[in-house]
Design a binder for this molecule. Structure first.
Ligand code: KG4
Ligand code: ZN
Length: 348
């Protein structure tokens, strides 16, 4: 089976073709970040319009790169939620219409299931069951994963997502959108221990997160260090280090609890923040200390992309799932609402 995947839930237009027996045949990505950077964040209406502009050329390129005729697929998968409603509508309308024109089934895919299954695109995929830490711009979740669609939520953020905390903190530091990757780059020059910020909610049992208080602590530190409204470069790097350390350590503590609670020996990290090298390093150390194994996707599949949607869509299309002709998107959509697919490959 071969599936075209389309991702348009936020500010990246992603298109890919995944084949059950041959793997990933092509993958194309267009990022809108420079357009949104001018406004300090994603402007939903501009995002939708840009997806419209880029989707057809990217789909054409994806078929060319895969050396396939247009429409030479057995199904079309598109992100149908969660995300920005207008942006989702673009991918869903295109995807649903293409599938209809080509006479193949279409399926709306859950964006976070795409992230969760992204490590399956790698040569050594994680074996079920595993614990997944999903850390993106919109979500922070710890999930007990028994199989595709068999998800038990262990914990989630009660306020800001980890990526959102990175981006908002970076904005306070005067960095352009999206500041997460740049903040972590600056932190590399930071002096350990000069700024120690609170590790939110680690003194309470459970696996939920809260990152909004941390943002306030950083704001106060910046205000205290500012002279004539500017903070010296080294001090800024030290603050960035302290912030990243607090986020990473909090995530590590909760992952340790999740591995202990489930008894699983595999830990998966996915979503944009899983690109963070300090987080990868520290979770790798945690996994080793617990005789477990850490899995993550290659960098380009940590952030939004079409390959993860094609892969997730293929698993469900193969099991016989498909969406009706109506075009339906869900800006909010709990991951645990997804149906499981059983081992015979049938949706249940
Ligand atoms: O998964 P993603 O592309 O989009 C959503 O589904 O939200 O994640 C984007 C998020 C942004 O908040 C971005 O700042 C963050 O991932 N991010 C990082 C790094 N790379 C991306 N945060 C920290 N360190 C990084 N290296
Ligand atoms: Zn995402």
């Amino acid at each position: 089976m071969r599936v075209l995947g389309i991702e348009t839930s936020c500010d990246e237009t992603g298109v890919a073709i995944y084949d059950d027996s041959q793997g990933l045949l092509s993958h194309k990505l267009y990022s809108q970040v420079t357009m949104h950077a001018e406004f300090g964040g994603v402007v939903p209406e501009l995002a939708s319009r840009d997806h419209i502009r880029k989707l057809i050329p990217l789909i054409e390129e994806a078929f060319r790169e895969a050396k396939l005729e247009k429409g030479d697929v057995d199904g079309v998968a598109y992100t149908s939620g969660p995300g920005l409603i207008g942006a989702l509508m673009v991918g869903a309308s295109f995807g649903r219409s293409l599938a209809h024109a080509w006479g193949v089934p279409a399926l709306g895919v859950h964006h976070m299931e795409g992230h969760l299954l992204a490590p399956m695109l790698e040569h050594a995929p994680p074996p079920f069951p595993f614990v997944a830490l999903l850390v993106s711009g919109g979500h922070t979740m710890l999930v007990d994963v028994a199989g595709v669609g068999e998800y038990e939520l262990l914990g989630e953020s009660l306020d800001d997502a980890a990526g959102e905390a990175f981006d908002k903190t970076a904005k306070m530091m005067g960095l352009p959108y999206p500041g997460g990757p740049m903040l972590s780059k600056i932190a590399e020059q930071g002096e350990p221990g000069r700024f120690v910020f609170p590790r939110p909610m680690v003194d309470r049992p459970g696996m939920d997160f809260s990152f909004s208080g941390l943002k306030t602590a950083v704001r106060n530190a910046i205000a205290a260090e500012a002279v004539n409204e500017t903070v010296e470069q080294q001090t800024m790097a030290d603050i960035a280090y302290g912030f990243q350390e607090a986020v990473v350590e909090t995530l590590v503590i909760k992952c340790r609890r999740a591995l202990k609670h489930t008894g699983h020996k595999s830990l998966v990290i996915a979503g944009g923040v899983s690109a963070n090298s300090q987080l990868r390093k520290r979770l790798d150390e945690l996994a080793t200390s617990m005789k477990s194994q850490l899995y993550y996707p290659r960098l380009e599949f940590c952030t939004d992309n079409g390959a993860m949607i094609a892969y997730a869509g293929l698993q469900r299309l193969k099991a016989g799932e498909h969406s009706p002709l109506s075009i339906d998107v869900k800006p909010r959509w709990p991951l645990v609402d997804l149906p499981s697919i059983n081992t015979n490959g049938e949706a249940s």
